[in-house]
Design a protein around this ligand. Structure first.
Ligand code: ZN
Length: 202
């Protein structure tokens, strides 16, 4: 079975770059500097970034993520490298011999990830536009939307940060998702000056 994008993402989340480099014999120092396996390196010129942020060699310019690193190290393509990581780190990602139920759950998971990604783009776009409107309004106390801006600006900023830090919780929170729709209506009514949708309950 071919791995899908979602599984590549999971692997990168589960296996930190430093962890992987160390596992395959390249031990970064405390600052993440490491001997580069991809050129004749005598002084550590590769930087290993923590978590899923990959690596970069300042001498030979090779860089990428953890899957790329393993692929290059062992001469594997991405798919093979990903499967090697799954095996070597005993990751709970099953790629073969899936039962009907497991297959269905896998599809469901993939579908949800896709919806979440779409929601992220949609919500980020709407909240950013709204934030910009509030930022404009808050500069002028005479602006009819000044009060709203004072009340809502920090809330919008909080929501924007939640999108980046707790996307899944946000996505699962029906009330929060509905709120995005309300903000969208507010944006539409903004220039009509009718006050339609002016109050967005926090
Ligand atoms: Zn190098």
């Amino acid at each position: 079975m071919r791995l899908c994008k979602e599984e590549y993402r999971e692997i990168k989340e589960m296996v930190g770059m430093r962890q992987a480099a160390g596992f395959y014999g390249y031990h970064p120092d405390r600052r993440g500097n490491c001997i580069c396996p991809f050129h004749q390196d005598r002084h550590p010129s590769m930087k290993i970034y923590p978590h899923d942020r990959g690596y970069y060699c300042f001498s030979c310019g090779s860089g990428g993520d953890v899957i790329n690193f393993v692929g290059r190290l062992y001469g594997l393509d991405n798919e093979q490298a990903a499967k090697k990581l799954i095996n070597d780190f005993s990751l709970p990602i099953k790629t073969e011999g899936l039962s009907y139920k497991e297959n269905r759950e896998r599809s469901k998971r993939i579908r949800k990830q896709k919806q979440m990604k779409e929601f992220y783009t949609y919500a980020k776009n709407i909240l950013s536009v709204y934030r910009q409107m509030l930022c404009d309004a808050i500069r002028n106390p005479e602006d009819p939307d000044f009060t709203e801006a004072c009340q809502e600006l920090s809330i919008v900023e909080y929501r924007l940060s939640c999108l980046d830090t707790d996307l899944e919780d946000y996505f699962n929170d029906e009330k929060a998702v509905r709120k995005i729709g309300e903000v969208r209506e507010r944006i539409t009514g903004w220039h009509e000056g009718t006050g339609a949708g002016r109050t967005i309950p926090g």
